[in-house]
Design a protein around this ligand. Structure first.
Ligand SMILES: O=C(O)CCC(=O)C(=O)O
Length: 283
């Protein structure tokens, strides 16, 4: 692993459950990815058909539809950092595009990602990659350092149209926001956060869209606890466990093969969510 985190950064991640800012792309590369994302993922976040049937969204598991997204989730600088915390055998399990429009009241309430993914053990790490400036003013991700060490907390669904999570998933207990740490990022930078760390984000009070992509990485030893065999993409190392069906990398942008692979992966995800209700429309 040529790059990766320093000893001090690894220590920070272990203690705080997050580390930032880390550098992935040059501003020019970030601008290119942003243009690709805006071209490909401008549709609404979670389209639902007239019959109430969920439609595959380009904003989740985008790396199965678009070669640029497949390249982004395999970026060596991101994988080197991820390898520093979960080891060399790495799967991408999911991604979510977080597009908070300029002036948007959209918020993400305090939550732990691990509540909703059905993965064990809790080794999942999210790389949140900024493709626009992400500041306190534009509603960057904030975390409660060290909260990952307190284990799984109770969550409930909150009804609020401004909540960007599908069901308003939110930790049940009050969070002391005075100890929260914002993670501002420049385009091309990223943060890592642990699956058990409490995190949230506020409205975008700036005049620019805040655009990021959250990529869920797991070591190959992690398994899904449900009956349905989910899929994932091996992006580094070797899979000696076979806990997940392997996903194909897209060759051409959203062609028939890519759309079929994307639909199949999401179908598995939705089927799993019938047995594990917490997974329903996660992120
Ligand atoms: O982008 C946001 O505001 C929230 C991101 C988040 O919850 C995540 O990446 O897990």
């Amino acid at each position: 692993m040529p790059g990766g985190l320093s000893e001090a950064q690894i220590e920070t991640y272990g203690r705080d459950g997050m580390v930032f800012p880390l550098d992935a792309f040059t501003p020019a590369e970030a601008a290119r990815y942003r243009a690709d994302l805006e071209r490909c993922c401008a549709e609404g976040e979670r389209p639902v058909s007239g019959a109430g049937i969920r439609q595959p969204s380009t904003r989740v598991k985008s790396y199965l539809l678009f070669p640029w997204a497949a390249e982004l989730v395999r970026h060596p600088a991101i994988l080197d950092a991820v390898e520093s915390v979960i080891g060399p055998d790495i799967l991408v399990f999911h991604n979510t595009i977080w597009w908070k429009k300029a002036g948007s009241a959209g918020i993400v309430p305090w939550h732990q990602d691990g509540t909703y993914f059905g993965l064990a053990p809790y080794e999942h790490v999210t790389a949140w990659v900024a493709l626009s400036p992400s500041s306190l003013e534009s509603g960057c991700v904030e975390v409660v350092p060290g909260s990952h060490l307190g284990g799984q907390r109770a969550h409930r669904d909150r009804k609020d149209p401004n909540i960007m999570l599908s069901r308003g998933q939110s930790v049940a207990e009050a969070v002391d926001e005075a100890v929260a740490v914002p993670m501002p990022l420049a385009p091309g930078q990223f943060s890592l956060h642990h699956t058990m760390v409490l995190h949230a984000s506020r409205p975008n009070r700036s005049t620019e869209d805040r655009i990021g992509i959250g990529i869920s990485y797991i070591p190959t030893r992690v398994r899904h606890i449900g009956e349905t065999r989910l899929s994932a993409s091996l992006v580094r190392g070797e899979d000696r466990y076979g806990h997940f069906a392997m996903e194909p990398r897209p060759v051409a942008e959203a062609d028939a093969a890519a759309r079929a692979a994307h639909a199949e992966a999401l179908e598995r995800f939705w089927r799993a969510s019938e047995a594990i209700p917490e997974m329903a429309l996660v992120h």
